[in-house]
Design a protein around this ligand. Structure first.
Ligand code: FAD
Length: 399
């Protein structure tokens, strides 16, 4: 596994060591999730799954857990979450994605919730294994998220939610989730609401998928779901500071973590290849080293972006570029491994076959490749691709 110590310091190094130790059984659990995506609930007593569950919950809400203080400290940053994502994905990305906990909704609460709502949400998620979702994508409106059509209309004391979402991670089996919807036309008419999936009018179905099955992508429908007033997140903020802005705030900051997941898979595929290919010579060796060089360069881009976010800088073009590079190298690494291990490699190496299927999801998660290519192009055109941008939304992470 790759050494990232030159990119990290202090608590992040402690977190790195801890993640390496705690993820020893993650590949075994990931193989089970590939067959039975709901099986994560059978593994809640495993330290790897408990840490995956609590990792995105601020440590002050945790029950007594045998986790050293410097490891907890390492988690509270974008670098820490990126590292966690890479280490789990190196073993198997499905496990972290299948764990209960706040997932991307953590960012929504950090950006939009008032103190009381924030505390009660995380207390609940730390108390018991609750699955949550973050529902932005709609059928035919994936990359054009600002055109979303799910509606929120006033109804007595609260609101009615109507519409449809698709490709939502953990959607069908979740107990709670954040839904982005439209209260009025235009980008500032978008809102985020917390939904309890036991409410009448909510339905969800698991979508069949060939890879990354632990994330359980789902289609969700809302048919006159009653939303109480207090479930509208960020109501105390100006419309320009909530809704879509909240979604983007979260997606930009989560993107290094998704990029790191793709990278963890790429590194794992290369290490697997190096372990199983006997020849290691000539042109094959050159091809493997070329991919390893790309992985190393992409890793630097990802951790630079994460460290920038921790310093209060947000260059969305570079973050998009890092995610794009990571998704591509993950596909290329699995293709190379399959090719160099021979014509029957995907039959003879079940782990590689699964990794080969899993990594294709990274092209679409957190924005499709073409959209990030356009963003890189715009950054270059504006001449600020390499600049450190001040993060106007930056605020200290709550803990
Ligand atoms: C495993 C997985 C988990 C996911 N989890 C979630 C989740 O939890 N919550 C959530 O809200 N969403 C989730 N998504 C959805 C994801 O964010 C979308 O798939 C993504 O935004 C792309 O949208 P789309 O699939 O509708 O593709 P589209 O936007 O329809 O794009 C289809 C193709 O057209 C290209 N394209 C689109 N627009 C342009 C353009 N302007 N110029 C050039 N090319 C273009 C794209 O690059 C792509 O190749 C998940 C997806 C996956 C695969």
């Amino acid at each position: 596994m790759h050494d990232v110590s030159d990119l990290l310091d202090g608590p992040a190094l402690a977190l790195d060591r801890y993640c390496r130790e705690v993820t020893v059984d993650v590949r075994e659990i990931g193989a089970v999730l590939d067959r039975e995506p709901d099986a994560i609930m059978d593994y809640l007593d495993r330290p790897s799954v408990r840490f995956g569950w609590y990792g995105a919950i601020p440590a002050r809400f945790w029950p007594e857990l045998d986790i050293p203080a410097d490891v907890r400290e390492g988690l509270g940053t974008c670098v820490g979450m990126t590292l966690l994502a890479e280490r789990y994905a190196y073993a198997d990305p499905n496990v972290l994605l299948a764990c209960p906990g706040p997932s991307l909704s953590a960012g929504v609460f950090t950006a939009l919730a008032d103190r009381q709502r924030y505390d009660s949400y995380f207390s609940l998620l730390a108390e018991r294994p609750v699955h949550t979702f973050f529902a932005l994508t709609e059928p035919r409106k994936g990359s054009a998220a600002a055109e979303l059509e799910t509606t929120l209309t006033p109804n007595g004391d609260g609101w009615l939610l109507n519409g449809e979402k698709c490709y939502i991670g953990n959607g069908a089996g979740a107990q709670l989730g954040v839904v982005f919807c439209r209260r009025a036309p235009g980008p500032f008419g978008i809102e985020a609401v917390l939904i309890d999936t036991s409410r009448p009018g909510f339905s969800g179905e698991l979508l069949p998928s060939v890879g990354l099955r632990g994330v359980r992508i789902s289609r969700l429908r809302f048919d006159n779901v009653q939303i109480p007033h207090e479930s509208l997140l960020g109501a105390h903020l100006r419309p320009t500071r909530r809704g879509l802005r909240g979604a983007l705030h979260i997606l930009y900051r989560a993107r290094p973590g998704i990029a790191a997941m793709a990278l963890g898979c790429a590194q794992a595929a290369c290490d697997y290849l190096a372990l199983h290919e006997r020849a290691h010579a000539g042109h094959d060796r050159f091809l493997l080293e070329a991919i390893l060089d790309r992985i190393a360069a992409t890793r630097r881009l990802i951790y630079d972006a994460a460290a920038g976010i921790d310093r209060g800088e947000l260059n969305v073009h570079r973050i998009g570029g890092a995610k794009l590079a990571a998704a591509r190298v993950a596909e290329d690494a699995t293709l190379l491994a399959a090719e160099l291990l021979g014509p029957a490699s995907l039959i003879e190496h079940p782990w590689l076959e699964k990794c080969y299927r899993d990594v294709r999801a990274f092209e679409f998660m957190e924005g499709a490749g073409n959209i990030h290519t356009l963003s890189v192009f715009q950054g270059l055109l504006k001449g600020n691709f390499l600049d450190a941008h001040r993060d106007v939304d930056s605020h200290a992470a709550r803990n």
